[in-house]
Ligand binder design. Sequence first.
Ligand code: IMP
Ligand code: MG
Length: 181
Amino acid sequence: MNLPPHKIEELISAKDLQDRVTKVVDDITQQLDDKPLVIVGVLRGSFMFLADLVRELHPRKFHPQIDFMTLQSYGSATVSSGNVNITKDVTVSLDGMTVLLVDDILDSGRTLNFAVKHVLNKGASKVLSCCLLDKPDRRVVDIKADFIGFDIPDTFVVGYGLDYDSHYRELPYIGKVVFDD
Ligand code: IMP
Ligand code: MG
């Protein structure tokens, strides 16, 4: 691993993630009607959270279309570059659809802000947003998600889909990156 020496300290356990996902899905379903739904995951960080969310939607009789788009605002650094680029767009038609955007973490807010505008431009009639984690102290763009799993402090985290230079996405828990002195 070509990264500065560091450790990962568990911040949110796998059990706490699963319990919270169930509650978030309860909240989401309260706000959905019977109009057709498209769930759009922001790659790559949302893949694990989205997979857990949709499996909880199934027994509640929601059968969304699912698509992904790839947005990038980070290089290999742990600080946002400020620009959001779209490198893979959705292919499912969003015209007139209710869209639930799913992302891993709300940090500066630039990514979610870009994603909401993008799906509205593609004709979505209603957009709801759901982020697993929120770092409210880091906000640059004034935006809130409709559904949040956990508020966390201003610290760099990995696991459950989130990465540090493409490492650690596989962790079943959320961990904090602690750099050696
Ligand atoms: P924003 O555009 O600054 O809100 O950043 C959102 C994106 O930055 C997320 O989708 C993540 O991919 C990435 N990001 C922000 N904070 C972290 C973190 O602590 N760990 C890993 N990725 C992060
Ligand atoms: Mg991301």
